[in-house]
Design a protein around this ligand. Structure first.
Ligand code: ATP
Ligand code: MG
Ligand code: MG
Length: 569
């Protein structure tokens, strides 16, 4: 892959290796454990872990847990699971909170060096002093405190002496900077909130901009890849890395090594790339959480969700997702990717990897009247039309079959090549059947069809090659296994649910048809399988045995994707 992928990030890395700036490439994937990962994160995962393996480096999984309250160990476990499911293994598993002592000592160093101060302004006043894009900010009246006073106040912040919001440690940079992020940004704030990893140990927490770059530096990350919204934060990223200077201050992190961490600080370089946005979906953890919390979906792993758990439960494959990310490439151009591109990648992967089976989702009975009562036989079907290594299976055939209701039309539209009164169609793997009669209920609905099988058209017979337009699938009524099938579709019925110009909120764009539950008939070889077994049900699409609810005794399948795109054609 390394020599075929030619995006600007891999180009920078090649140059850094060629010039000798780096001898090994080290990356990290740094999610905040405040929700489950979504399809957008797959891009960051494939990029960071992919680059590490292509250039024989390594990639850490770092939980960016500097924002207690919203973070939860449940999400930590979910994230680990999802990264592994996508096919990647981390070098070290770290938490930003593993470094809280280092961050604290580094802040003390910044105070000693005269570039950080404790501010008593309230959060509201701080905002007012900050100025605007067109107006410079004003210096806080507390900006010129002595080093001694700042050290004393910061120590007392840590000891829990002050209330939330009463004091803030800030970097002393430039209140007139054209970059708002450089106007004396906060380093630590007081928050007496328990933390998912450190419990009640800390009443103060470091800000993301401070903790993130120092975590990168501590771990020796060479290329810190992040999304475009952090471009304006890069000067601050570099400022903290340079002022703290971990590489030349081992006293700040020596204890991590003694505690068993593989710590080898370096100066990281931040590089931004564009986010992955998908049409007909949302990629915001906050909104995904809202769907779950307001019971608009059945949890984080609902197959309609574009969380990695949801996509997995839906039957999407890690290979299909990796293919998508590879196809999209990496750039600085923000765009919305059409959902059908994702579906096509998944189809491509499943076409190669999913064995074929027959299932009927909307059954109509067909009785073959020229076979004797009680007739049954076993037919041999290949499991994959393009790959013999998938082998064959036995499919029971009998006098009474289920076919799809829409494979029959009493009054066929023009060009209808399936079953119609007096019409002929090929029954997949059996032969040509002719519709001779319809049975109707009191309301005139067709409840059963009667037909005859042309015995001369069966395999091995002289008429086996006789042509008819149209082949339909079937399941033996006597042998079929009744199965719950959840027919899923896109969660939103407009391409951009966030577009509110039509007066509707994103929630009002939820597609009520995105989940339909039917009772289907499956051939026996499709039913008695493990959870997460994927199949192509011929002519219908790709389906997966539900990883939570499916059992051999009570099969449950989810529709992953249809065989063809029904949305853009
Ligand atoms: P959200 O806005 O949904 O909460 P986030 O960016 O806050 O997402 P993090 O947990 O901070 O989520 O993200 C971890 C990593 O994944 C970051 O490096 C982030 O830039 C990257 N990432 C998040 N969303 C996307 C996306 N849509 N496309 C590409 N990378 C993403
Ligand atoms: Mg974030
Ligand atoms: Mg976030």
């Amino acid at each position: 892959r390394a020599d075929v992928q030619r995006d600007f990030i891999r180009q920078i890395i090649r140059e850094d290796l060629a010039s000798g700036k780096h001898h090994a490439i080290r990356t990290r994937f740094p999610p905040e454990p405040n929700g489950y990962l979504h399809i957008g994160h797959a891009k960051a995962i494939c990029l960071n872990f992919g680059i590490a393996s292509e250039f024989t480096g390594w990639c850490n999984l770092r939980l960016d847990d500097t924002n207690p309250g919203k973070e939860d160990p449940e999400f930590v476990e979910g994230i680990k699971d999802d990264v592994r499911w996508l096919g990647y293994e981390w070098h070290d598993l770290r938490h930003a909170s593993d470094y809280f002592e280092v961050f604290y000592d580094a802040a003390v160093k910044l105070i000693r060096d005269g570039v950080a101060y404790v501010d008593d302004l309230s959060p509201e006043d701080m905002r007012a002093y900050r100025g605007t894009l067109t107006e410079p900010g004003r210096n806080s009246p507390f900006r010129e405190r002595s080093v001694e006073e700042n050290l004393d106040l910061f120590r007392r912040m840590r000891e829990g002496e002050f209330a939330d919001g009463a004091k803030t440690l800030r970097a002393k940079i430039d209140m007139a900077s054209g970059n708002m992020n450089m106007r004396d940004p906060a380093i630590y704030r007081i928050r007496k909130v328990p933390h998912q990893n450190t419990g009640d140990a800390w009443p103060i927490y470091p800000m993301y901009d401070y903790a993130h770059c120092l975590s990168d530096a501590l771990e020796g990350i060479t290329h810190s890849l992040c999304t475009l919204e952090f471009e304006d934060h890069r000067p601050l990223y570099d400022w903290f890395v340079d002022k703290v200077d971990l590489v030349n201050h081992p006293e700040l992190w020596q204890h991590l090594r003694e505690g068993g961490f593989r710590t080898e600080p370096a100066k990281p370089r931040q590089i931004e790339f564009s986010r992955l946005n998908l049409s007909y979906s949302i990629t915001s953890k906050r909104k995904l959480a809202q769907l779950v919390n307001e019971n608009l979906v059945d949890g984080w792993d609902d197959p309609r969700m574009n969380t990695l758990r949801g996509l997995r439960r839906r039957g999407f494959t890690p290979g299909g997702l990796r293919l998508l990310i590879e196809r999209l490439g990496v750039s600085k151009q923000n765009s919305i990717i059409d959902y059908s591109i994702l579906e096509n990648c998944v189809r491509e992967d499943l076409d190669a990897s999913a064995p074929r089976r027959m299932a009927v989702l909307d059954p109509l009975k067909l009785v073959i009247t020229n076979l004797p009562e009680g007739h049954e036989e076993t037919l041999t079907f290949s499991n994959h039309p393009k790959d013999e290594s998938f082998g064959t299976r036995e499919v029971p055939f009998s006098r009474e079959l289920w076919i799809e209701r829409d494979d029959f039309a009493e009054v066929p539209p023009k060009g209808f090549h399936r079953l119609k009164p007096e019409g002929e169609v090929r029954l997949r793997g059996v032969g040509i059947v002719k519709c001779e009669a319809m049975v109707k209920d009191a309301d005139g609905n067709v409840t059963e069809l009667h037909g005859t099988l042309d015995l001369e058209s069966r395999q091995g017979m002289p008429g086996a090659d006789r042509k008819v337009k149209g082949t339909i699938h079937w399941v033996s009524a006597k042998h079929g296994v009744a199965t719950e099938v959840r027919v899923y579709d896109r969660l939103f019925n407009v391409a951009d649910p966030d577009d509110e110009t039509d007066g509707k909120t994103w929630i009002e764009h939820i597609n009520p048809e995105a989940k339909r539950v039917v009772t289907a008939w499956l051939e026996p070889a499709a039913a008695n399988v493990d959870p997460e077994q994927r199949f192509q049900f011929e002519r219908l699409g790709y389906f997966v045995a539900d990883r939570i609810d499916h059992t051999a005794a009570r099969p449950v399948f989810n529709r992953t994707v249809t065989l063809r795109d029904a949305w853009t054609t």
